[in-house]
Design a protein around this ligand. Structure first.
Ligand code: PGA
Length: 252
């Protein structure tokens, strides 16, 4: 059985006061442990979040990382830095990084390999643009991004990976994929993993859906046989909304 993982992606949001108020709110609440939950925050808050959330089951993730361990890379953060803070996850290849910061399948692959050398778990994002969907290239794009992201990754390491299927057109638009479409693509991705590795690995890897997930629609995705959680942007910013989503399985 794959343990679902609900991860909030705060993107470039919140001041320190807002982070503290979110954490204080959430610490008063019962957090279910039948799922994994995580907050992926701007790197300046990771240390604080690790400290404040240590008595809760909520894990902490970064939103990006460099593939080199250290060096003359002004403005970048390396895997050993995140590991030394006890950070649990790191998002790699988010479509905003691919679109605005020159992230490519090659850099995604380097980052995935660097992260898998550490104790951190990568959340690797793949997904098609609206143009690509309209040209019926959804499966082709997801397949290509998956193959390139995990080039050279061994089966044993692959078991630790989380994949987030995030159609670009659904991110931050309020226009989520239907649960049927999301299931179809996640099932396809699992098939690609079975082909690249074997069915045991394919059945072990967790695949999230992301793109305009809310407390209102999350249960629909979680009910799908190949969807193992969600990567949530906007709806993860408010503590009540985040809590409703991490409790969605309990309620369902
Ligand atoms: P959204 O973002 O939930 O605001 O659509 C999802 C994401 O970018 O991971």
């Amino acid at each position: 059985m794959r343990k679902p993982i609900i991860a909030g992606n705060w993107k470039m949001h919140k001041t320190i006061d807002e982070v503290i108020s979110f954490v204080n709110h959430i610490k008063e609440e019962e957090i279910p442990s039948n799922i994994e939950s995580a907050i992926c925050a701007p790197s300046v808050y990771l240390s604080l979040l690790k400290e404040k959330l240590q008595e809760t089951p909520i894990r902490v993730g970064a939103q990006n990382v460099h593939w080199e361990k250290a060096g003359a890379f002004t403005g970048e953060v390396g895997v050993p830095m995140l590991a030394s803070l006890g950070v649990d996850y790191v998002i790699i290849g988010h479509s905003e990084r691919r679109a605005y910061f020159g992230e490519t399948d090659e850099t995604v692959n380097k980052k995935v390999k660097a992260v898998l050398e550490s104790t951190l778990l990568p959340i690797v994002c793949v997904g098609e643009t609206m143009d690509e969907r309209e040209q019926d290239k959804t499966a082709q794009i997801a397949g290509k991004q998956v193959r390139k992201a995990f080039e050279g990754v061994q089966a044993e390491e692959m078991r630790r990976v989380v994949i987030a299927y995030e159609p670009v057109w659904a991110i931050g638009t309020g226009r989520s994929a239907t649960e049927k479409d999301a299931q179809e693509v996640t099932e396809y991705i699992r098939g690609v993993l079975a082909h690249l590795y074997n069915s045991e690995v394919a059945n072990h890897v967790r695949i999230q859906y992301g793109g305009s997930v809310t407390p209102e629609n999350i249960a629909l995705y979680l009910e799908q046989p190949d969807i193992d959680g969600a990567l949530v942007g906007g709806a993860s910013l408010h503590p009540d909304s985040f809590l409703q989503m991490v409790r969605a399985i309990e309620m369902g």
